[in-house]
Design a protein around this ligand. Structure first.
Ligand SMILES: NC(=O)c1ccc[n+]([C@@H]2O[C@H](COP(=O)([O-])OP(=O)(O)OC[C@H]3O[C@@H](n4cnc5c(N)ncnc54)[C@H](OP(=O)(O)O)[C@@H]3O)[C@@H](O)[C@H]2O)c1
Length: 322
């Protein structure tokens, strides 16, 4: 297989390129060069997808587009490459679905609609933009399009400091502030599983749209933190802070306390039957946690999530449970 990857050097793309090379595929990565290409065995075409699509003058079996966020840009690459490859895979997101929606969210559930023309990436419109990007790919590629909608992606090279925050925080040990009561199920997918799913689909010439989420046996949040403690060998004492306490303290869901999303049930309602039937496989949770801990220990940098001082402040204000 000859594959052109638009992106491919940061997180999911990095695993996807590694997986394709392991399969003996010939891989070309097209990116600007701001994130160095970690794969010497991949060919590299440097350029910006906004201005340099004319540099893509080869012929490939498949394109994988990992950095499409603006419909006009995705439409341009989907159009420019239509006669240069046989299929076009677009990595979208479950953010295309509004939080209010049907009880079970399959691929045909209603998506968010982009009501305006947007020239620059706007985080608040991420889901609307991704939905419009999907449409641009489908318009040009029809049945030769593969649209993959992952939920929360985790694993080594995850720069977002969400799942990684918890892996690092638990490994640090001591008294840990955790949101909610720990009973809710958690959902996430190892980046390597997303990558393998895309590569398998391309190898099988399978198009279509797929929700992809894991893990195989979703643990409760308490169970997940306990697994993280087992992985690192840390002694962590969890203190649960309820939604009302955190909200009253002005704590920002998701960004300040990662994975805390009170009232949001999208991940719980997502149905991945189509991907499972198409062969979606899951890395064992213990492997994801071990590899993430190793990566976080070596490379992890703190993002905007809960600072230790703020955590201590909140812990001091937290009423002791009866
Ligand atoms: N993280 C999650 O939980 C999550 C969940 C659902 C969906 N997703 C989706 O997963 C996808 C994967 O993201 P990723 O960052 O991990 O992918 P990636 O392919 O590993 O990294 C992004 C790549 O895009 C390149 N790039 C950025 N802007 C470019 C431009 N204008 N022209 C050419 N290349 C450009 C970057 O290289 P240079 O900087 O060198 O250009 C980099 O190689 C995204 O589409 C995201 O929406 C993520």
């Amino acid at each position: 297989m000859h594959v052109l990857v638009i992106g491919g050097t940061r997180f999911v793309g990095r695993h996807l390129v590694a997986g394709a090379l392991e399969r003996g595929w010939d891989v070309t990565v097209f990116h600007r060069g701001t994130t160095p290409n970690p794969h010497p065995a991949a060919r590299e075409i440097l350029g910006d997808r906004r201005t340099d699509l004319d540099r893509l003058d080869g012929r490939w079996d498949a394109v994988v587009d990992l950095c499409g966020y603006l419909p006009a840009e995705v439409a341009a690459s989907a159009d420019a490459l239509r006669h240069r490859a046989d299929s076009y895979a677009f990595v979208s997101s479950i953010s295309v679905y509004p939080d209010a929606g049907p009880e079970r969210i399959g691929e045909d559930a209603p998506r968010k609609v982009l009501e305006e023309t947007v020239d620059a990436f706007t985080p608040a419109l991420y889901g609307e933009l991704k939905a419009a990007c999907e449409d641009a790919v489908l318009q040009h590629w029809g049945p030769d399009a593969l649209i993959v909608r992952p939920g929360l992606i985790v694993g080594p090279w995850d720069h977002t400091d969400r799942f990684g925050y918890w892996v690092r925080r638990i490994a640090r040990g001591g008294v840990v502030l955790a949101p909610g009561d720990g009973a809710a199920r958690t959902h996430f997918i190892d980046a390597r599983d997303v990558a393998a799913f895309v590569l398998d689909a391309l190898a099988a010439r399978r198009g279509g749209t797929y929700n992809v989420q894991g893990p195989e046996h979703p643990p409760t949040f308490a169970g997940l933190l306990a697994e993280m403690a087992r992985t690192s060998g840390a002694a962590a004492e969890i203190r649960w802070a309820g939604d009302a306490f955190l909200t009253a303290a002005g704590v920002q869901p998701w960004t300040e306390v990662p994975l805390w999303a009170p009232g949001h049930t999208l991940l719980d309602r997502l149905v991945c039957d189509a991907a499972l039937a198409a062969g979606l496989r899951f890395t064992p949770l213990a492997t994801t946690l071990r590899d993430t801990l190793n990566w976080e220990t070596e490379h992890g940098t703190r993002g905007a999530s809960l600072a230790p001082e703020r955590e201590s402040e909140l812990l001091a204000a937290l009423p002791l449970s009866p």
